[in-house]
Design a protein around this ligand. Structure first.
Ligand code: NAP
Length: 276
């Protein structure tokens, strides 16, 4: 089992430097994969209402027998934006998870045209005050949206989970997060595999450290100061993906990997893309 180091969030929470994505892990096989991930050392789990697997995640947490060591993330979907709607959405998530607390609660997408993300965040702060939520954060927020939430609520989100991989390193947004004390989380950290893992530059960096291409990419994330949440249904790959803290990339290697930048992979621009 790998021990994954932590960083401290702006609310004092000890937060893993690498977590586990669960999108598409559903049914009995999904539960087995999530239980395996916990046994392999993952402590941060990432789900969402829209992944339709909160029940599976909650069951895996119970089977692990170490609920108190785990940080369970779920997310408010677009259709539940608004103050009262968010309170109801959280109650539904808690019921499906079968837990008495959501450790990290995120707004899944800002949906600016709907313009209710500030009220949504206010409800999340109230849930935190009630003890039903541990940390409050957001996902897919731009710098301007973060600034507005901070300005209107006085609370700095603990986390912003965004698309981030070597094709889209998000340098400007990461700099803003660092200045504000917001932890960056990387979704699709392996660019959903795509052709990323066969990029020659990544192969060269991996060979220099005697690690796999995946390990080189995930170490790049952690050294940028972001928490990647790779998903794998396979125990051997889960172990490979978590075992990235025994080597250190040079600045030149990090810059070489960042040089693969070419933009978003799927056009999920938070200013225009909506998810309900
Ligand atoms: P990802 O983690 O970048 O890539 C997952 C893919 O890579 C799967 O096909 C997996 O296959 C494969 N893989 C994993 N480890 C591997 C290894 N060591 N070697 C070769 N292939 C490997 O993509 P993702 O699932 O899109 O993103 C991760 C998580 O981010 C999601 O599960 C979800 O929790 C979160 N997410 C959030 C948002 C958001 O809007 N907030 C959006 C997208 C994703 P196997 O399973 O077969 O190993």
């Amino acid at each position: 089992m790998v021990t994954i180091p932590t960083v401290t969030l702006n609310d004092g929470t000890a937060f893993p430097q690498l977590g586990f994505g669960t999108y598409k892990l559903t049914g009995p096989e999904g539960i087995d994969a999530i239980v395996a991930a916990i046994e392999n050392g993952y402590r941060l789990l990432d789900t969402a209402v829209n992944y339709e697997n909160e029940t599976e995640v909650g069951e895996a947490v119970r089977r692990s027998g170490i609920r108190d060591e785990l940080l369970v993330t779920t997310k408010v979907p677009g259709r539940d934006h608004g103050y009262d709607e968010t309170l109801r959405s959280a109650a539904g998530s808690l019921q499906r998870l079968g837990l008495d607390r959501i450790d990290l609660y995120l707004i899944h997408w800002p949906n600016p045209r709907v313009d209710r993300y500030v009220d949504t965040f206010r409800a999340m702060i109230a849930l935190r005050e009630e003890g039903k939520v541990g940390s409050v954060g957001v996902s897919n927020f731009t710098e301007a949206m973060l600034a507005r939430v901070i300005d209107e609520t006085g609370v700095v989100p603990a986390v912003n989970q965004v698309e981030l991989h070597p094709y889209f390193p998000q340098a400007a947004l990461r700099a803003f997060h660092a200045a504000q004390g917001i932890r960056t989380e990387s979704w699709s950290p392996l660019a959903r595999r795509s052709e990323l893992l066969t990029e020659p530059v990544i192969g060269e960096v991996a060979a220099a450290h005697g690690v796999t291409a995946t390990q080189a990419v995930l170490r790049w994330h952690t050294q940028l100061g972001s928490t990647p949440i790779p998903k794998s249904a396979t125990s051997a790959r889960q172990i490979e993906n978590a075992d990235v803290f025994g080597f250190t990339l040079t600045d030149a290697e990090i810059n070489a990997i960042s040089g693969l930048e070419r933009g978003r992979l799927w056009g999920g621009d938070p200013d225009t893309h909506e998810e309900m």
